[in-house]
Design a protein around this ligand. Structure first.
Ligand SMILES: Nc1ncnc2c1ncn2[C@@H]1O[C@H](COP(=O)(O)OP(=O)(O)OP(=O)(O)O)[C@@H](O)[C@H]1O
Ligand SMILES: N[C@@H](CCO)C(=O)O
Length: 293
């Protein structure tokens, strides 16, 4: 069985822990029943992941598989990773969502994607990465009493993401600790109105308005100060025609949305100015986690 899962960009600026979308940059995992457990890792951060004593995917997969079947069967795992670690592209959510889905598939227990999203929450309390990793598209998610409520919208094919991936990781857990616990009412209102406008823009496919309404007062500026070059990434992307330009999740990646005809200009301006950063044009993903038997 092969399972693939997309990278995700969470928050979209003001939609902290609420908005997210899926990008066509996928980790691929091949799993086969075997007499012994074996793990092969290729691609992004392979050397680092090989050096770890515990494999996050295999641990989650084994727990869920045992819960479902009562058995401790052995499998061979081959990972081909494209999502860089701790860059705000949802690498941890991708692992969690893929591992849970793989366990249900291998155990041959029927499931709905709603189930995957809610189980994933036990491992990471951020529905804004988990929901689009599972479903693809643009997702709005709300966590209430330990349950995720969500809505998804397909992202049209005339849009592209231009991502700027710095060479420095940012741990989500650490970067959350640096955030304030209280905010003035006017800042809260800025985020509520901006998040509502972004949601309406995606659901009505009226993307031009994004140029004027994306404002965050909760987390972005503080997090961007950890890597001040990101202020210039935003300035250049917007100047070259991006519809919006936001920190991806907790960073360090910057996410830029553009019409496909503007994508190359934005990409080359960013590439020329940030030679040490990895700049990519990506399609959006509207499918989410996918299984090939
Ligand atoms: N392919 C992988 N295989 C095993 N473990 C992984 C893999 N990808 C990520 N992880 C685990 O997830 C951690 C990264 O999680 P973190 O939340 O800091 O970053 P992220 O999910 O990439 O960013 P964000 O949540 O802001 O989008 C890694 O340190 C590692 O423990
Ligand atoms: N909403 C989470 C996403 C982490 O990718 C945060 O900003 O910390």
């Amino acid at each position: 069985m092969v399972i693939t899962v997309p990278a995700t960009s969470a928050n979209l600026g003001p939609g902290f822990d609420t908005l997210g979308l899926a990008l066509n940059l996928r980790n691929e995992i091949e799993i086969k029943p075997s007499n012994i457990t074996s793990i092969e890792i290729y691609g992004e951060n392979a050397e680092y992941l090989r050096s770890l004593k515990r494999n996050f995917f295999v641990e989650i997969f084994s727990d869920i598989y045992k819960n479902l079947t009562g058995k401790e069967d052995k499998f061979s795992f081959k990972f081909n990773n494209k999502i860089p670690l701790s860059r705000g592209l949802g690498s941890s959510s991708a692992v969690i969502v893929a591992a849970i889905t793989a366990a249900y598939e291998m155990a041959q227990v029927p499931y709905k994607k709603d189930k995957i999203i809610n189980l994933a929450l036990n491992y990471e309390p951020h529905p804004d990465n988990i929901t689009p990793a599972t479903l693809g598209g643009f997702c709005v998610a709300k966590l209430k009493k330990n349950r995720v409520y969500f809505l998804k919208k397909f992202i049209p094919t005339n849009l592209r993401a231009i991502v700027v991936i710095p060479n420095k990781p940012v741990s989500t857990a650490k970067s959350r600790n640096s955030l304030k616990s209280h905010y003035p009412l006017k800042d809260v209102v800025t985020n509520i109105s901006s998040t509502a406008m972004i949601t309406a823009a995606f659901f009505s496919e009226k993307f031009d308005i994004l140029k004027y309404i994306v404002e965050d007062k909760i987390h972005q500026e503080n997090r961007m100060k950890l890597m001040p070059e990101l202020f210039r990434v935003r300035e250049i992307a917007l100047r070259e025609g991006a519809l919006m330009s936001t920190l991806s999740g907790s960073g360090s990646t910057f996410f830029n949305l553009a019409y496909k005809d503007d994508a190359y200009n934005i990409y080359s301006a960013l590439k020329d100015n940030f030679k040490d950063f990895n700049v990519k044009i990506l399609y959006f993903d509207n499918v989410g986690v996918k299984v090939y038997n």
